[in-house]
Design a protein around this ligand. Structure first.
Ligand SMILES: Cc1cc2nc3c(=O)[nH]c(=O)nc-3n(C[C@H](O)[C@H](O)[C@H](O)COP(=O)(O)OP(=O)(O)OC[C@H]3O[C@@H](n4cnc5c(N)ncnc54)[C@H](O)[C@@H]3O)c2cc1C
Length: 369
């Protein structure tokens, strides 16, 4: 067992888009030293890929441009089709944005590039590392014990702690920041090799949830079913055969599925619930990205928020560590304001589907106004 202590100004837990963007932003605009801890080896399957064009303004703030990303990291999408509320198609540019085009991205390439840039610009990165214990010292700095399969145990001493651990909100839970979960939505999906056909991304509601299909870069496509965790478990929709029979209830998505080869015979399954945490009771600590607010994937807001929340939060962190007054509460208050707006828009969208008044899934959405 090693007793080495690694010192850093800011420790970021989680190497998704929010964690990597926070690291880059701090390294671009402050003198803070940055350490990022990621539990995986960065090779896990990433899901969620539809973004608005404003993602490139955020990337620009990180001092990157679209051309810095590997070829085929993004493909444009000029419209979305929704079979929602009726069997008739409604075509819009995008549900929640007014931009002319949106993009489908290759998440693995996108996330990996951000991490690579964070490392190049000076972040110390510990992959395959787990935080075991968090302790806040009298001077408000943090002492964290960690474990790595080869390095075994070690300690990090940090002036500021950032939870970028995604929907799990791991760090918030461990340090006692309250979090509220608003639903129990989950996504169960499959990636497919796409034959040459290109289609705009499609939403289709069914009696107990909704389906999503989209073309991805590199001749892939994704098909996902969203429903509530208890319904998925009762109906075994996490098992391929049951998932496929549920797919047969769709009128459009099943047509896209046919003729394309699945890349795995195992479905991936992810939590997709709306939740928000509140970190105001804890000094020198903030949550960003999904750890701060997890949006319903129907909004396509998660990745943009992951990066923008990272950029805003790190401004406050740098100011505080450089001796200015603590202003992180302003950030949290902005989050609450934006979250309330999002809840209204989301609720309005779910209200448009009224075809299954006896369905538990839709009743829950209509009650959650
Ligand atoms: C099914 C589905 C579809 C979605 N579709 C879209 C979409 O189309 N558009 C969109 O904008 N958003 C979408 N989202 C949301 C989007 O994926 C997230 O908002 C985004 O990934 C959040 O980034 P993040 O960095 O906050 O968290 P994540 O991307 O979840 O990254 C968190 C990282 O932290 C690591 N980690 C977790 N715990 C620890 C720990 N204790 N120690 C160390 N590391 C840890 C994880 O391994 C992971 O690498 C979707 C989400 C789901 C579930």
């Amino acid at each position: 067992m090693s007793s080495a202590v690694h010192h850093t100004d800011v420790l970021i837990v989680g190497g998704g888009p929010s964690g990597a963007s926070a690291a880059i932003s701090l390294l671009n605009y402050s003198n803070c030293s940055v350490t990022l801890v990621e539990q995986s080896d960065f090779n896990q399957t990433r899901v969620g890929e539809h973004v608005s064009a404003s993602i490139f303004d955020l990337i620009d703030y990180l001092k990157l441009s679209k051309s810095d990303f590997e070829e085929d990291s993004f493909i444009p999408s000029y419209a979305s089709k929704a079979y929602w509320g009726s069997d008739l198609v409604r075509t819009t540019n995008s549900i929640f944005t007014t931009e002319e085009s949106t993009y489908q991205m290759n998440r693995e390439k996108f996330d990996f590039k951000l991490i690579e840039v964070a490392a190049e610009r000076g972040a110390t990165i510990f992959p395959r590392t787990k935080c075991i214990h968090y302790e806040q010292l009298a001077d408000k700095s943090w002492k964290i014990s960690l474990s790595h399969p080869e390095q075994k145990s070690f300690m990090i001493h940090a002036q500021y702690l950032v939870d970028a651990s995604g929907r799990s909100g791991n760090v918030c839970r461990k340090v006692g920041a309250p979090s509220h979960q608003y639903d129990i939505l989950m996504g169960v999906g499959l990636f497919l090799e796409r034959s040459d056909t290109y289609f705009e991304h499609i939403l289709e509601s069914v009696d107990l949830g909704w389906w999503y299909a989209a073309c991805l870069p590199d001749h892939k496509m994704v098909v996902t079913f969203f429903s509530d965790a208890d319904l998925i478990s009762q109906n075994k929709w996490h098992q391929l055969e049951a998932w496929k029979s549920q797919l047969q209830k769709t009128k459009q998505i099943k047509l896209l599925f046919d003729g394309n080869q699945a890349l795995s015979n195992k479905l991936w399954i992810r939590n997709a619930q709306t939740q928000m945490s509140d970190v105001r009771s804890i000094d020198r600590f903030v949550a960003i990205g999904d750890a701060a607010v997890s949006f319903d994937p129907i909004s396509s807001m998660g990745i943009g928020f992951a990066i923008s929340s990272a950029c805003f939060a790190t401004k406050h962190i740098a100011q505080e560590l450089e001796g200015s007054a603590q202003t992180i509460d302003v950030f949290q208050e902005d989050i609450v304001r934006n979250f309330n707006q999002y809840q209204q828009i989301k609720s309005g969208y779910y209200q448009k589907e009224k075809r299954w008044p006896d369905s538990l899934f839709w009743q829950r959405r209509h009650q959650n106004r």
